[in-house]
Design a protein around this ligand. Structure first.
Ligand code: FES
Length: 129
């Protein structure tokens, strides 16, 4: 199994016959904003806060923020530091590594708004901490 698609049973609920539970948000995007003071690599060293702020602004400006739509959240270390800076979109569990604000533009427009994965920004499945 890749890290891109959770099993259908997880999306559907408790068991194979359960119907999907209504979700409060259609999608969540979590940005790792972890900062390490000991000099070890962390997402905060790579403008993660700026990317988070930019994403939040774009989502609001596009009218995507709120119940039934999109929530942009801060997160601590997501334990995929080797690919940092990272963000993950649920419920699809799609992991992104971004370099600049243009990448955030693409994630918002293509995935959060358009529902399509931005293939060029995917974190390789083997990269963890
Ligand atoms: S510091 Fe960002 S994933 Fe660990």
């Amino acid at each position: 199994m890749t890290n891109q698609q959770p099993p259908a049973s997880i999306l559907a609920g408790a068991g194979p016959s359960a119907s999907p539970a209504p979700t409060y948000y259609q999608r969540h995007i979590f940005f790792c904003l972890n900062e390490r003071k000991n000099g070890e690599a962390c997402c905060a060293q790579n403008q993660a806060q700026q990317a988070f702020d930019h994403c939040k602004s774009l989502v609001r400006a596009a009218g995507l923020a709120g119940p039934g739509q999109v929530r942009v959240n801060k997160a601590g270390c997501l334990d995929r530091c080797a690919a940092g800076p990272v963000a993950v979109v649920y419920p699809e569990a799609v992991w992104y590594s971004y370099v600049d604000l243009q990448d955030i533009d693409d994630i918002v427009q293509t995935h959060l708004q358009g529902g399509q994965v931005v293939e060029r920004l995917l974190v390789p499945a083997h990269l963890g901490r």
